[in-house]
Design a protein around this ligand. Structure first.
Ligand code: BGC
Length: 910
């Protein structure tokens, strides 16, 4: 039997076989595979069962959807009885193709519920108090002083033992910390997550992780333990040397659930019976680094049989009402290793290794030496001209790890509860010569699955794409942060909203942003204000224009890219309150009364922004009003998407009112936009705030402005993301390419020419004339100005979702060749499957290879004059299957395709 259509890559809530979720009605998705063209799904049937065996017999004892006549293949709500805590549900799906032929059932997938009710938790929060005066801190006096200066504490090691006397069916560990934890079972590390449980506002919700530890528990004696670090909970976070934002000492909450073959269950939970001690981790902190004294290792502490009589009883706090929620997204993991590309010796004691790439993470170091030898690692993104580390831009982050050798055999150091943003690591006191074999960069990030790839014939653009992708990797750590190196690392909303669409192109960030949107919701003020940063910390102000608006823009983006209506439903009321919050203070439509921060077009190159980052020339009330209008317009579309038709009408009217006010206040009759800045024009054009008749003249003014600047950009964080899209849409593709390919200051290319491997925070982070910008704010790994990545995918490669058929239900493939590029190849793993757009110009002909996922359709635009000849697979287009030439217009041929792989060529008529 031939298989025309096959469901593959089954996922639940965006995750493959998630262990420990707490979504009451989980949504199921699959990707359809077909080797035929124009194949679609006409119906599906899902079976959900309590075990795999039942599925083999095609029995869904939890849910049988029956045959559903629908093409829906994503976000199908599970329709069986409400799942119980700890319940595993196995599922399969089969589909019927366009001709009504059924596929076999898919390979089984599953999801498993976590602990759903507060009283499922048995344990208490445990830890150690007063550990600061733990005696005998065996570190040299100067090092001790340094540590004391930042006032950090040793990490608690906590343990308990238990006995297993009957055969086990399965064992789960549910665990979290106020702080960071590493769980250990019988000498082994549990799972591969690092910096768990991740960052949330710990006053409002705490994530826990669930692990299958069946293989780690054994008959007889067992030991369960954990090491804690302060992390975001009690360590330093943000600027201004502030710590203990949520609490004083880290705490553990753990629950091991053993299900025996005989049907009984036993629970081992964190409680007063545990014992604690401090050990080799003398201090650890996200910003400051980790200090590890290997002479104090507690060998065997996490295995049974260890003598813990010298340990102390733990401090215990009962559970409170803070919600414990199942981790909603991929954990932070070590995702790659980098060997240094060079190692230099500065002096007898000091060597510097260059990883060749600015990353977030740490290094692993192997060594052998005399007990008590102290090795210090300092981290930096960049070097001074004299080859020393440039650390001024770290502000108060020490970013220093220290290891004291125990003096036996080969020793391996790798910190646990810190991370650094760096490319260079300076190693002092290392016994011997560093070689690539002994020092390894460990890349740490939220482990979001790869989604897109982009490559073209221009090496500068390829490096730009890599820098954008690395900027994302270095800043997506539990929340989207601004930078990974200095004492900041906050979840800035402005950065996130401008970069969100680019982020979606590079990685599957659906689960990541779903989690973070809850952080944003947690941070909303009772009055309706979204914050500047989520979790709301350090900067407690209400969200500035273009910052707070992320509360609307990010869910909208997720709806567009993933076809996710639940995310906009979940946050709908919060978004509505944000609009009401602005509206109440600004009844006339202009957002002039701002009770919040006001960053303007942050870090632009006009006005006084070079010296004062927020002082760009774009009028702040204009920028604010543009975002208010944009919010209203998106709200109308969101309301329509989820069937709130009345609201949609109201938001349409609100948009129209703001637009009128905007035009009256800021747009002159000759199409000039007040302030005459690139960002002002870009916002007015992108957010549809001009009378139709003035659109093209305003675009001309924008181009004149760019020309006056000698064809250079001057946009900051806010304008940059829409600059090239606006130019392309307004018919100035050549100008867009010119800005893209420029390598003189200011441009993306300038940083690349000077060795950037990530996106810089500032256009002038370093210039040949002036050297480094103000070290008070000069990160070399900030993703915001990398929001041009969206343009590479959507315009250069030309892959986009049709907005009205979101989630790539219908794809637009519309490459915009230009800029002298001779070829581009982009792929994108959408929620509905792999999309590809690869074009090249060859002997005067234009070739375009397109892949359209099964069960979806596409509109393909080919650059073609009225008399050009279009072929597919070498055959005249009229005879190609699965595709239809719909029309020719303005130098383009517009084709409509079904799914499949197509190979188009456009050649001029002989
Ligand atoms: C951050 C930015 C952020 C800005 C707000 C800076 O310190 O690094 O990324 O958006 O503050 O003005």
């Amino acid at each position: 039997m031939t298989v025309n259509l096959m469901p593959t890559r089954l996922r639940c809530e965006y995750l493959v076989d998630p262990l420990g979720i707490d979504v009451a009605r989980p949504r199921l998705s699959w990707i359809l595979h077909s080797d035929q063209r124009a194949q679609r799904q006409s119906a599906y049937q899902i079976l959900v069962a309590t075990d795999e065996e039942r599925l083999r017999a095609s029995r869904g004892d939890l849910w049988d959807s029956g045959r559903v006549e629908a093409d829906q293949s994503i976000h199908i709500e599970y329709g069986g009885p409400e799942p119980r805590s700890g319940q595993r549900a196995w599922w399969v799906v089969r589909v019927w193709d366009g001709d009504g032929q059924a596929s076999p059932y898919s390979v089984p997938a599953w999801w498993e519920m976590g602990l759903l009710r507060p009283d499922d938790w048995r344990g208490a929060w445990i830890g150690l108090d007063r550990i600061a005066d733990d005696p005998g801190v065996l570190v040299p006096a100067d090092e001790e002083r340094e540590i004391m200066a930042v006032d950090l504490e040793p990490s608690p090691y906590l343990r308990t033992t238990f006995t297993v006397a009957r055969p086990i069916r399965q064992t789960r560990l549910y665990v979290t910390a106020r702080g960071l934890y590493e769980a250990r079972l019988n000498g082994e590390r549990v799972g591969d997550a690092v910096l768990a449980p991740g960052w949330t506002d710990y006053h409002k919700r705490i994530q826990y992780q669930s692990y299958d530890v069946t293989g780690l528990v054994r008959q007889g004696d067992n030991a369960l333990g954990a090491i804690l670090g302060p992390g975001w909970y009690s360590g330093y976070v943000g600027f201004g040397k502030n710590k203990r934002h949520y609490g004083v000492h880290p705490r553990l909450l753990a629950q091991l659930v053993i299900d025996y073959v005989d049907g009984t269950t036993e629970t081992v939970a964190s409680d007063a019976s545990w014992r604690g001690a401090t050990g080799p981790i003398r201090s650890s902190d996200l910003l400051m680094g980790e200090h590890y004294d290997a002479r104090r290792e507690l060998t065997g502490w996490d295995a049974p049989g260890y003598d813990d009589r010298g340990w102390t009883p733990v401090a215990v706090a009962e559970r409170d009402a803070t919600p414990l929620v199942a981790a909603r997204a991929e954990p932070i993991r070590v995702t790659a290793e980098l060997a240094p590309i060079s190692i230099m010796r500065l002096d007898a004691d000091t060597q510097i290794a260059d990883l060749g790439q600015n990353i977030a993470g740490w290094v692993r170091l192997r060594m052998r030496g005399v007990a008590g030898t102290r090795v210090r690692l300092r981290h930096a993104e960049i070097l001074n001209p004299d080859g020393t580390l440039y650390i001024e831009n770290l502000r108060q982050a020490r970013a220093t790890d220290t290891y004291i050798l125990r003096g036996e055999g080969v020793e391996i150091f790798e910190p646990r509860f810190t991370f650094h943003g760096f490319r260079y690591v300076e190693v002092t006191g290392y016994p011997g010569d560093l070689t690539p074999a002994v020092i390894t960069g460990r890349v740490v990030e939220s482990d979001t699955p790869p989604a897109g790839s982009f490559e073209c014939s221009d090496e500068l653009v390829n490096r730009l794409q890599q820098n954008i992708a690395w900027g994302q990797r270095g800043n997506f750590l539990s929340v989207p942060t601004d930078c990974p190196q200095r004492d900041e690392r906050l979840g800035w909303l402005g950065d996130a909203q401008i970069f969100a669409r680019t982020a979606c192109a590079n990685r599957d960030v659906a689960a990541f942003f779903t989690k973070w949107m809850r952080d944003v919701a947690d941070a909303q003020s009772p009055g309706g204000a979204f914050p500047d940063v989520a979790p709301r910390l350090v900067d407690l102000a209400d969200g500035a224009p273009a910052w707070g608006d992320a509360g609307v823009i990010v869910p909208w983006t997720l709806y567009q890219v993933y076809g996710d209506t639940r995310i906009v439903e979940e946050h709908y009321d919060a978004m509505a309150r944000w609009l009401a919050y602005i509206g109440e203070a600004n009844p006339d439509g202009l957002w002039v009364n701002r009770r919040n921060n006001d960053f303007g077009d942050w870090l632009a190159l006009d006005g006084d922004a070079l010296r004062n980052p927020g002082a760009s020339a774009t009028p702040k009330d204009l920028l604010a009003t543009a975002y208010y209008a944009y919010d209203a317009r998106l709200m109308a579309r969101i309301a329509r998407a989820i069937g709130r038709v009345d609201d949609a009408g109201r938001y349409d009217a609100l948009f129209a009112r703001i637009k009128d006010a905007f035009i009256a206040a800021y747009v002159s009759d000759d199409g000039r936009v007040k302030g005459e800045t690139q960002t002002g024009y870009v916002l007015a054009l992108h957010m549809d705030l001009l009378p139709e008749r003035l659109r093209s003249v305003a675009a001309t003014h924008l181009v004149e402005h760019i020309k006056e600047k000698d064809w250079r950009l001057s946009t900051g964080f806010v304008g940059v993301g829409y600059l090239l899209p606006v130019l392309a849409e307004a018919g100035h593709l050549d100008v867009a390419y010119r800005l893209l390919l420029n390598d003189t200051f200011p441009s993306w290319g300038y940083s690349i020419k000077h060795g950037a491997t990530t996106i810089w925070e500032r256009w002038d982070g370093w210039t040949a004339e002036r050297g480094f910008q103000d070290p008070g704010m000069n990160s070399f790994n900030h993703y915001s100005l990398g929001s041009v990545g969206e343009w590479l995918y959507r315009y250069v490669a030309g892959i986009d979702t049709a907005s009205e058929r979101p989630g790539f239900r219908h794809t637009i493939i519309r490459p915009r060749p230009g800029g002298g590029l001779t070829g581009v190849k982009a792929t994108y793993q959408s929620v509905r499957g792999m999309i590809e757009s690869a074009w090249r110009v060859e002997d005067g002909a234009f070739r375009l290879c397109v892949t359209v996922p099964a069960n979806t359709t596409a509109t393909v635009y080919l650059p073609a004059g009225a008399r050009d000849i279009i072929t597919e697979g070498g055959q005249p287009i009229a005879s190609a299957s699965g595709v239809m030439l719909e029309r020719r217009e303005d130098g383009q041929a517009v084709l409509v395709t079904g799914s499949g792989v197509y190979d188009f060529a456009v050649a001029s008529a002989p």
